[in-house]
Design a protein around this ligand. Structure first.
Ligand SMILES: C[S@@+](CC[C@H](N)C(=O)[O-])C[C@H]1O[C@@H](n2cnc3c(N)ncnc32)[C@H](O)[C@@H]1O
Length: 417
């Protein structure tokens, strides 16, 4: 289609003129659109094909329930064709180096995977992330059979070879118990290093004869706190042994592993150009806790790579997030933040076609991403717009506002399709 034809097609279905909140310069890019996402996204294909670096979608799960905000009762075939039509358009809207995150529970997980594979190609499916949203507490403890406490995020790239995710980490609460050794004499030559149990060393520092006595006298919680504090302060001397992957290391390293096995009480060091030294003891690698410690918000924390199990994001206590009440279907800002951290950079454009209470728009604004959110329900006027006004005006102190030092700014346009 010619450029003029493109424009005409877009205008034919384009939303009504917009109303702007905040800085008009931002509102040219950031949009909240009230309407059915299918015609809206189809119209966007004329102007925004390949423009979105990330799509986060949290559609109705076919839960068989009617919520205050929307009805979620479908025949499976109807749910499938509703999603199929929309995901085809999303595929067109995604950038070549972009990715789609589809939130779903196990009711339609199978259908969602089949649609992702059919529309994006199985070779572009990256991961099924398990999101732990609750624990088996309260009434759930008396259920028969497995208690359902998870959602899933199906992560699919438009083109897996072009998708370059950012390396992201998560912080760990407390210490990592696997790091249970203390290097007593780090200033001596490695072959003379002595490792002792960390718990024993900390107990003695507290004037106790053993870890058992320390835990008994001080209480387990306080002793654990002392161990955490000590581990973080002296991380360079706190270590663990881990089996090396023999087949994954160089011939030189393999020879040293064998030598180290033969002399279990000596420490061996292999210096490597441009990489950390390979340190061995008794055939095991010696890993230092210092490699996992970072300063986060002014505090030392242990960080770990994010895996495909996300059990560290609280779904409890978010009822007030964004200042909106959205039954049980609102998602934590922290969850969407992690999605955008993984797959976007500042200035990238993000789409949420099932915007709900406006979580994705709020997070994108606080992270300096551009955004477009579509919502067909009444929540658009009662939640998305007022929530985003508070964000832009610097009156939203919930969600990720504090960790992002959010003080307001930006702007958005509101359109009715
Ligand atoms: C699970 S909720 C999304 C919740 C959202 N992630 C949040 O944190 O608030 C799904 C939303 O999709 C909306 N929705 C359902 N079908 C839609 C459609 N065809 N077009 C636009 N929005 C739709 C519903 O009204 C509902 O608000």
């Amino acid at each position: 289609m010619s450029a003029r034809g493109n424009r005409a097609a877009a205008e034919a279905v384009s939303p009504l003129p917009s109303c702007i909140h905040g800085d008009a310069a931002f509102a040219r890019e950031n949009k909240l659109i009230h309407g059915d996402n299918l015609p809206v996204m189809r119209a966007l294909t004329h102007t925004h094909a390949g423009a979105f670096r990330a799509i986060y979608m949290d559609p109705p799960f076919n839960s068989g329930r009617s919520f205050k905000e929307y009805r979620d009762v479908w025949q499976r075939a109807d749910w499938r064709s509703m999603m199929r039509d929309r995901m085809r358009v999303m595929h067109t809207l995604l950038a070549d180096d972009g990715a789609l995150f589809a939130e779903i529970d196990d009711t339609e997980l199978g259908t969602m995977l089949e649609l992702c594979d059919t529309i994006f190609g199985p070779e572009n499916r990256v991961s099924i992330i398990t999101v732990v949203r609750s624990a088996a507490t309260g009434h759930k403890t008396i259920n028969r059979g497995p208690v359902n406490v998870t959602d899933f995020l199906v992560l699919v790239a438009k083109n897996r070879s072009k998708w370059k995710p950012n390396a992201i980490v998560r912080t760990r609460e407390g210490r990592d118990p696997a790091y249970s050794l203390y290097l007593e004499n780090p200033t001596e030559a490695p072959h003379a290093w002595r490792f002792s149990p960390l718990a024993q060393f900390v107990a003695q520092g507290l004037g106790k004869g053993s870890a058992k006595t320390a835990a008994k006298d001080l209480g387990r919680t306080r002793f654990e706190r002392e161990m955490t504090r000590f581990s973080l302060d002296r991380a360079a001397h706190v270590a663990r042994f881990a089996q090396p992957r023999f087949e994954a290391v160089s011939l030189e390293a393999r020879a040293l592993i064998e030598e180290s096995r033969a002399h279990p009480n000596r420490t061996f060091v292999l210096e490597r150009k441009g990489r950390k030294p390979f340190i061995l003891r008794g055939g095991n690698r010696v890993l230092s806790l210092a490699d996992k410690v970072r300063v986060v918000n002014g505090k030392k924390e242990i960080v770990e790579p994010v895996t495909n199990v996300w059990d560290d994001i609280k779904f409890q206590g978010i009822a007030n997030e964004g200042g909106v009440t959205f039954s049980r279907n609102k998602k934590p800002e922290r969850l969407v933040e992690r999605v955008l951290e993984m797959t976007t950079s500042a200035g990238d454009l993000v789409l949420d076609p099932f915007l709900g209470s406006g979580t994705t728009a709020a997070v994108a604004q606080k992270m300096g991403r551009r955004y477009l959110g579509i919502e067909s329900g009444e929540a658009f006027d009662s939640m998305c717009v007022p929530r985003m006004k508070r964000v832009v005006d610097g009156r939203d102190f919930t969600g990720i506002s504090r960790s992002r030092s959010w003080q307001g700014g930006g702007g958005f346009a509101v359109e009715k399709a």
